[in-house]
Design a protein around this ligand. Sequence first.
Ligand code: GRF
Length: 193
Amino acid sequence: MPKLSIAVFASGGGTNLQSLINSSNKGVFDGDIAAVISNNSGAFALERAKKAGIAAYHISGKKYPGRNQFVGEILKTLENNKANLIVLAGYMKLLPLEVVRIFRNRILNIHPALLPKYGGKGMYGMNVHKAVIESGDKISGATVHFVDEIFDHGVILIQRTVPVLPGDDPETLAARVLKVEHKILPEAVSMFA
Ligand code: GRF
């Protein structure tokens, strides 16, 4: 069974990426992070990759105007790094259909809520936690699922709950959920391996 060669897509701070880097170094799963790709040249996730000696790529629709060029650049980068698993860790874009098809059943996403609730277009970051608090739900949590052509829709691999506490605001809930994300994402990669 070939070792996992993981390509991580991230748009932001990359704490989920960091958790994968740490877990890989500790041997939590038999695999390496071969590349980090971000649509945001300022994403701290790219800094984290560089610090860890991992190839870091800024690939965006602006930088590679024209759909074919953009998709081609992603596929070329995945191929050059022999990626056999894609992990979306705070990636704010929908992966191009071509990539989803080529990597079907080999793309994982981490979402900061208990899907299928609080998922879909516009449901990311603080929006999710705001909606959970406004709903009056007493539990929230995080989900790792396989990615298909629809936002936050594919088969669920792992879910873990956290309590929503009285007096929580989106920030305090986000912090509690993020801690769980950092645990279940490496666990999901290990299950996949
Ligand atoms: C996490 O809450 C993740 O669930 C969501 O975006 C955030 C990414 O955080 N998709 P980080 O960039 O991994 O710190």
